[in-house]
Design a protein around this ligand. Structure first.
Ligand SMILES: *Cc1c(COP(=O)(O)O)cnc(C)c1O
Length: 397
């Protein structure tokens, strides 16, 4: 890594993407956080404490599983699954919320706040708040509170306050604004736990650093299984945290091809997909510069995916950079393909994947079929599908 890349990353830029474009009152608050990230996170004692919770609480390392029947079905390359679905709370999100919780504790904060759409990030944050004895406020659009009753119940059971936001369309965007306002108002006591590798500096780098354990483990595990590095890495991309977690430790391994999978939803019409990197253009949203889907007024476009964890109109800045420099490519899977993969993995392997993760599985099966049997694909299975049973029931009949 050249010196200039290092200094750039220190200020949160990945090429021209990333940075911090926030209202004046947030500037010193984020500077305090960036300082804590730079001085506390790399220390031996922080890393040891985090490793301990990842092992004893989250259940790491997660297995790297050779999916033999799925491989036989595809009839080509070997498919391995990195089993993030087996983590406590059922997804990769616990990796970064544990990191954020530990950092909040070191910074002397008393309360975690988070925004949530489908409720997955809210549940992961409420879990960590219970674990470390923090107060916890989760901001959620009033519309989403209605739609996601089971996750609202979970958050409350874990001791969090779920705060319905009734402004505007009363969904995720308004919840983000309300959470940011609360952060500014009470920053001495509050740590804002962001849910993906997005947002202003230091979040994209910090969340990535808490997720990179996935790729560190995967590299060691595939070397044990195969004696060589994989030919392909595949992960689904919403904000991009599970994907960058798998990819990061392989970025220097030039022979390993890296593919992120975005949701092409119902169709390629505006409002019916969330393939930000495929159809987006450069722009600033939620405090950072990246590739985003814009409407005719340059505002974030409406997005849709059957997987609520993937329906974000932008993407983490490191992914925008990896695409621009050609180190990673970004492909798509539709609702239909994800549903087929959801069923396929359940039937062939006894693993019900999160519908988000099923997008990566769908693409991996398609790719494997075109490759010879000596090639190896590692797919990040970012979460399990229990949470999706109710909402997918109408499609599964
Ligand atoms: C939230 C979520 C995602 C999408 O988030 P990323 O930041 O893109 O990883 C993917 N899979 C699961 C299971 C999730 O809960």
């Amino acid at each position: 890594m050249s010196i200039s890349t290092q200094t750039q990353e220190k200020t949160g830029f990945f090429g021209s993407f990333g940075g911090s474009y926030v209202p004046e009152p947030l500037v010193p608050i984020l500077a305090e956080l960036a300082d804590a990230y730079e001085t506390i996170v790399p220390t031996e004692s922080f890393q040891q404490e985090l490793a301990c919770f990842l092992k004893q609480y989250a259940g790491r390392p997660s297995p790297l599983y050779f999916a033999e029947r799925l491989t036989a079905y595809a009839g080509g390359a070997k498919i391995y699954l990195k089993r993030e679905d087996l983590n406590h709370t059922g997804a990769h999100k616990i990796n970064h919320t544990l990191g954020e919780g530990l950092l909040a504790r070191r910074m002397g904060k008393k309360k975690l706040i988070a925004e949530t759409g489908a409720g997955q990030h809210g549940v992961a944050t409420a879990t960590v708040a219970a674990l470390f004895g923090f107060d916890c406020d989760v901001y959620m659009g009033a519309v989403d509170v209605e739609k996601q009753a089971p996750n609202v119940l979970r958050m409350k059971l874990l001791g969090a306050n779920v705060i319905p936001v009734t402004d505007g369309a009363a969904t995720l965007k308004e919840a983000v604004d309300a959470a940011l306002m609360a952060f500014v108002h009470d920053h001495e006591n509050v740590f804002y736990a962001l849910g993906s590798a997005v947002g202003p500096h230091p979040y994209p780098s910090m969340v990535r650093d808490f997720q990179k354990i996935v790729g560190i483990e995967a590299k060691q595990q595939i070397l044990e299984h195969e004696g060589s590095l994989p030919d392909y890495l595949i992960a689904c991309v919403g904000g991009g945290s599970n994907a960058i977690g798998l990819f990061h430790n392989f970025l220097g391994d030039e022979d390993v091809k890296i593919i992120g999978v975005e949701p092409s939803g119902k169709s390629l019409k505006v409002g019916e997909h969330a393939a930000s990197l495929t159809f987006g253009e450069e722009g600033i949203m939620h405090g950072f510069n990246s590739i985003m889907l814009k409407d005719e007024n340059g505002e974030p476009a409406p997005v849709y995916s059957i997987a609520s964890g993937l329906d974000y109109p932008s993407v983490g800045p490191q992914h925008a950079h990896l695409k621009q420099i050609g180190r990673a490519s970004y492909e798509m899977a539709s609702d239909r393909e994800a549903l087929d993969a959801f069923r396929l993995l359940s039937r062939l392997e006894g693993i019900i994947p999160a519908i988000e993760s099923a997008h990566a599985v769908a693409y991996a099966v398609k790719l494997a079929a075109k490759l010879p049997a000596d090639k190896v694909i590692v797919v990040n299975l970012s979460g399990r599908g229990d949470k999706d049973m109710e909402s997918l029931a109408p499609y599964l009949k």
